[in-house]
Design a protein around this ligand. Structure first.
Ligand SMILES: Cc1cc2nc3c(=O)[nH]c(=O)nc-3n(C[C@H](O)[C@H](O)[C@H](O)COP(=O)(O)OP(=O)(O)OC[C@H]3O[C@@H](n4cnc5c(N)ncnc54)[C@H](O)[C@@H]3O)c2cc1C
Length: 587
């Protein structure tokens, strides 16, 4: 084959917190690691994380990892796998200390310990008083973590392919993953990266919705690559809408703003969360607060000329707290709204934020898929970690501060397991031409300029479609119509026009590839949502308003081939402690 080729022990696609924490393990163990990222590593979405990362350090209030585990299981609406949740909550404590020692500049308490703030859905003593568990670097925690991990990787001599776009995985006849075909964005030159293991750490896909906190790069590429390699996606109906996006725009106002004492108000000036979550109030779980806001607006108690949002009040906290603990959101308010949150309330409305579902993995980051013979097997050589993966620790609803934790803990676990894999299987498998051909064919689909409509036009229709047909409240008829519309939209992708200015050609081609990925993950979301006939966590069905454990205490799996659905059991048994049986979820 005449394509240029590079060989590494391990390929990591994605340079966010998950990819970089895995890479650091591997480089430190002297493995040859390549990290591919479509943007410069420190521009990955992890950099935008504001509020913090959870660990039961007990620096501010009493705490225990077991309480953290309870809150996470309850927050997941009992759909999270309890073995993975136990592992994550226990590992949280050494993980945060490891970050501290690597140089993350956490905010400090007067006694010098790491500052921890209150976040939603968190309690002391299994559902008691509010806990303070979220370790923060002001409201720029992700920035602090990502830059530290990047610097540590430079020191460990991780090999970076910056601004390279992964097209597809390479797969042999036996289904083993042998690396990926990537494209150098600047030149448009394809490159084969051959590796003994490949880790997908490509982040989320918030761009499938019109109003989102996610960056333009969050287009679900890794999830779509997994789908094309025959791996299903798990629990895709569960997409988190963050309660406090800037109304009409979508940028995030961290839950930390409510953690510091901010609260929500409707047009009558009522603190309406009193009616929806009498105990936890504004710090109830995100799905609960988002539904409360959407209900206030639907029932005519919204604010503003259109009555289409509510207000987040911070001015009573004083300029010092707002300035010191929430400098980033003050800046967002000044830039995008022209207001000062220390003086005026912020107009907010729920915005698409986080994918609970993704590529199914075990606790070690290994991708597991239904086997040809038997219930489930590990896909040889393939790993996934971070927001693109589903371990599953978030189940039907993620708690704030648990995603940075997930990417760090399971990025590290994947890195450790890959080291083991490389010891046991030191040789590359042969790479036949047939493994590269499907990826090349995918690239060739858009190796032209074309005449039709623009990528932008189709993408705008997709995002509106997903918002209209798969939003905070869902019904059978609306979603079924959405699936039909999405099938029709899928047909339009092949005909899109790529801008013909030669210098923009590669980026235009990449936008088409991203759109193709978004349509696949959008379909996974809609199909899974249509199938699940109950309300659980973030998935709220007007026509099935109750949780139905008898029929639906199971994970969904969507397969791209034939838009097929399947299901698998929830792992309710933790590793060392008693399990938490399902209960009604009240805050
Ligand atoms: C605004 C915002 C605030 C948040 N705040 C918090 C918070 O306070 N606490 C918390 O716990 N969680 C928070 N979250 C969620 C959390 O930040 C993310 O879930 C997490 O950072 C995702 O990390 P990741 O490593 O999986 O992926 P990302 O950081 O998204 O990185 C993905 C990487 O994949 C690369 N990539 C993707 N596709 C390709 C491709 N085709 N080819 C090559 N490279 C590719 C990208 O270049 C990037 O390097 C927040 C999210 C947002 C959007």
């Amino acid at each position: 084959m005449s394509l240029p080729k590079r060989r590494f022990d391990s390929l990591i696609i994605g340079a966010g917190g998950a990819g970089l924490n895995a890479a650091l393990r591997l480089s430190a163990a002297d493995a040859r690691v390549a990290v591919v990222s479509k943007v410069f590593p420190t521009r990955s979405h992890t950099v935008a994380a504001q509020g913090g990362v959870n660990a039961a350090l007990a620096n501010v209030l009493p705490d225990d990892w077991h309480w953290h585990m309870f809150d996470t299981v309850k927050g997941s609406d009992y759909l999270g796998d309890q073995d993975a949740i136990e592992y994550m909550c226990r590992e949280a404590i050494p993980t945060v200390y490891e970050l501290e020692h690597a140089g993350v500049p956490f905010s400090r308490l007067d006694n010098g310990r790491i500052y921890q703030r209150a976040f939603g859905g968190m309690s002391q003593n299994f559902g008691g008083d509010q806990a303070a568990r979220t370790c923060a670097a002001a409201d720029r925690t992700g920035h602090a973590i990502l830059h530290t991990l990047y610097q540590q990787n430079l020191r460990a001599r991780t090999h970076f392919f910056d601004e390279f776009f992964a097209i597809d995985l390479l797969r042999d006849e036996e289904g083993a993953i042998l690396g990926a075909l990537v494209l150098e964005i600047e030149t448009g030159a394809p490159l084969v990266i051959e590796a003994k293991t490949t880790l997908l750490a490509t982040g989320g896909y918030g761009q499938v919705f019109r109003t989102t906190t996610n960056a333009f790069i969050n287009t679900g590429d890794g999830m779509a690559m997994a789908l094309r390699a025959g791996v299903p996606l798990q629990d895709m109906e569960f997409f988190q809408f963050h309660p406090t996006g800037v109304a009409g725009k979508g940028m995030l106002i961290t839950e930390g703003a409510r953690g510091e004492g901010g609260y929500l108000m409707n047009v009558r000036g009522e603190r309406f969360m009193e009616r929806y979550a009498p105990k936890a109030l504004d710090l109830a779980s995100r799905d609960v607060v988002s539904r409360a806001i959407a209900t206030e607006v639907r029932e005519g108690r919204g604010c503003g000329e259109e009555g289409d949002h509510v207000l987040l009040k911070l001015d009573h906290l004083g300029r010092d707290v707002v300035g010191r603990r929430l400098p980033g959101i003050s800046e967002i308010c000044r830039t995008f709204l022209g207001i000062d949150p220390a003086e005026e309330p912020i107009p907010v409305f729920p915005t698409a934020h986080y994918a609970m579902g993704g590529i199914p993995t075990d606790r070690l980051g290994r991708v597991v898929a239904p086997a040809r013979h038997g219930p489930e097997e590990v896909v040889p050589g393939l790993y996934a970690a971070g927001e693109c993966a589903c371990v599953s620790v978030h189940g039907a609803n993620r708690l704030g501060g648990n995603s940075l934790l997930d990417i760090l803990v399971f990025g590290r676990a994947a890195g450790n397991d890959i080291i083991q894999f490389l010891k046991e299987k030191p040789n590359h498998r042969p790479l036949p031409d047939s493994a590269v051909e499907p990826a090349l064919a995918r690239l060739a689909r858009w190796d032209r300029k074309g005449e039709g409509e623009t990528v932008h036009a189709v993408k705008a229709d997709l995002r509106k479609l997903m918002e209209d047909h798969c939003g905070v409240f869902r019904t059978e008829a609306v979603m079924a119509e959405g699936v039909d519309k999405l099938k029709a939209l899928r047909e339009r992708i092949d005909g899109v026009r790529l801008r013909d200015h030669s210098q923009t050609f590669n980026t235009a081609r990449i936008e088409a590839l991203e759109l193709d990925n978004l349509v696949d993950v959008g379909m996974a979301t809609l199909m899974s949502a249509l199938y699940r006939q109950e309300s659980r966590g973030a998935h709220s069905r007007v026509d099935f308003p109750k949780r139905d454990d008898a029929n639906w205490m199971k994970h969904s799996l969507y397969f791209r081939e034939g838009d097929r659905m399947d299901f698998k059991p929830v792992r309710t048994k933790p590793l060392t402690v008693e399990s938490f049986p399902p209960k009604e979820r009240v805050y």
